[in-house]
Design a binder for this molecule. Sequence first.
Ligand SMILES: [Zn+2]
Length: 266
Amino acid sequence: MLIDIGVNLSNSRFEKDREAVLKRAQEAGVERLILTGTSIAESQTVVDICDQYADQFPGMLYATAGIHPHDSSGYNRESATVLRTLAQHPSVVSIGETGLDFNRNLSTEKEQQLSFEAHIELAIELGMPLFLHERDAAQRQIEILKSYRDNITEAVIHCFTGDKKTLFNYLDMNLHIGITGWICDERRGLELQKIASNIPLNRLMIETDAPYLTPRNMPKTPKNSRNEPAFLTSVLAGLCAVRSEPEDVIAAETSATAIKFFGLAE
Ligand SMILES: [Zn+2]
């Protein structure tokens, strides 16, 4: 069994064939998906998708509720109220994605920080784990997380792509690390390939971040180049290539970690 902890299933590229995508995931052994909420609207949509498919795919779909750093200019008192309500929906197992992204600064650094801290406070209040994003903002992100760490239950840095120093800082704070198809990228993924064996097995989880980041180690590239949860097996293979454990051990451990981290049905 595999668990994909990051799927953007509300993305319009899945609009026409969501059911087929879920079936292919199941056939590939990807039995649980955490759907990423990236804005108030998207968080509402992923919760709706969980409800919509609950009978057909029992126990398979879960969601996060949050506002991506790119969208954090949209964080205000009103969205905070909606977010709090969404967070308490039975399908929602994590707060996020949230964090800092100084790579593109689509929202100002100040807006990002305000929204990030509000998400952390909500997660603490509700006793829920955090689903975190960070790009080119490690130092500030670490500072903020440090000041709250004692009160945060658990947090995962999803789609980790940072350097060794950043990785060790996150691990020192007892955070979990999410690995995507970035690890399969023979151009951009070289540094990650070098350092991924430093992550303790019980801190690791895997994700596709579909429809983005199609693994480049796939035997045949899908013709629309869209990534989907069934391709998590290729992320696993890419991770296995740079670690010492056999593939079935990594599969079992990352799944057990995800079940515990998000409190999923076993
Ligand atoms: Zn992200």
